[in-house]
Design a protein around this ligand. Sequence first.
Ligand SMILES: Cc1cc2nc3c(=O)[nH]c(=O)nc-3n(C[C@H](O)[C@H](O)[C@H](O)COP(=O)(O)O)c2cc1C
Length: 324
Amino acid sequence: MRLGEFEFNHPVCSAPMAGVTDKAFRLLAREQDCDLVWTEMISATALTYNNARTRQILDISGEQQPVVVQIFGSDPAVMAKAAKLAEEEGARIIDINMGCPAPKIVKNSEGSALLKDIPLAQRVASATVEAVKVPVTVKIRLGWAASSLVGAELAQALEGVGVAALTVHARTREQFYAGKADWNAITEIKNRVSIPVIGNGDIRDPEDARAMLALTGCDGVMIGRGSLGNPWIFARTTHLLHTGELLPEPLPAARISMALRHLSLLTKIKGEKAVQEMRKHVAWYTKGLRDAAKMRDAIMKTQSSAEMSQVLLQYGQSLGLENA
Ligand SMILES: Cc1cc2nc3c(=O)[nH]c(=O)nc-3n(C[C@H](O)[C@H](O)[C@H](O)COP(=O)(O)O)c2cc1C
């Protein structure tokens, strides 16, 4: 599939996840052969007000391109302005969020609320496409509820205004993140448009990605929760798709090493704020490891990055991991 200046062969993508897919996460995903990474979602309104925290989310400097910058909003003029700002900051692909189910987003007619108003969704996309030279993609869900599955209709409407590709999270807004993703619905949408479709929802291991590609004929796959504390999923999926060989899961030593590296990267980027943000990542990296609960209690009490590293190192040693 082609996206502007970039050509991909069934890309393995890292899903946008607010509070997770910051610069440190994206660097690690890239190192693990992830083809296409997304920023966290960025409020178009906040961006046009030059909000400092929003500016930090937009910071993709020093990263290997392309990094897809995702914006959300429901006012076409504000979206156009935000897209231009993102382009000026170096975005080479811009994505519009039409899937976020959070009440505080939906109440402003943003995110998945646009699934209820296809004409507005189309105006938002059209204004964004017109505002920038780079390709604009959209991430959608199947519809607001099981009784209103508008995914294919919306996909066609978006294709009609020049959207370059779609990601389909195969759930409705009503489902939030629960229930099973309906991969057959991805097939239906794929068959109704000629722009590339990236499939998303419930890819938990490399074999799921292969199965989704085979079932739906989608052009690429996107992995969200399956990558939490698990950047190796990108390399293992890419390897499986290219060679047919399933690589083993990382050993405990590699998990601790990666957590330490993640902490060090995040500290470089965000300073001591990293300590608070790393807690959830440490929990994900060490899920299912021996005596991890006790170590996580200690992690919760750490106040500095150095202290947190120390706890991780000691835990690694208690597991007998020389390489941790
Ligand atoms: C913590 C978290 C944050 C998310 N933030 C975003 C976001 O900022 N933008 C977006 O389009 N989707 C967001 N999503 C949805 C994911 O991109 C993805 O569509 C969803 O998790 C389904 O994929 P999965 O089953 O592989 O996790 C988020 C999901 C999670 C779990």
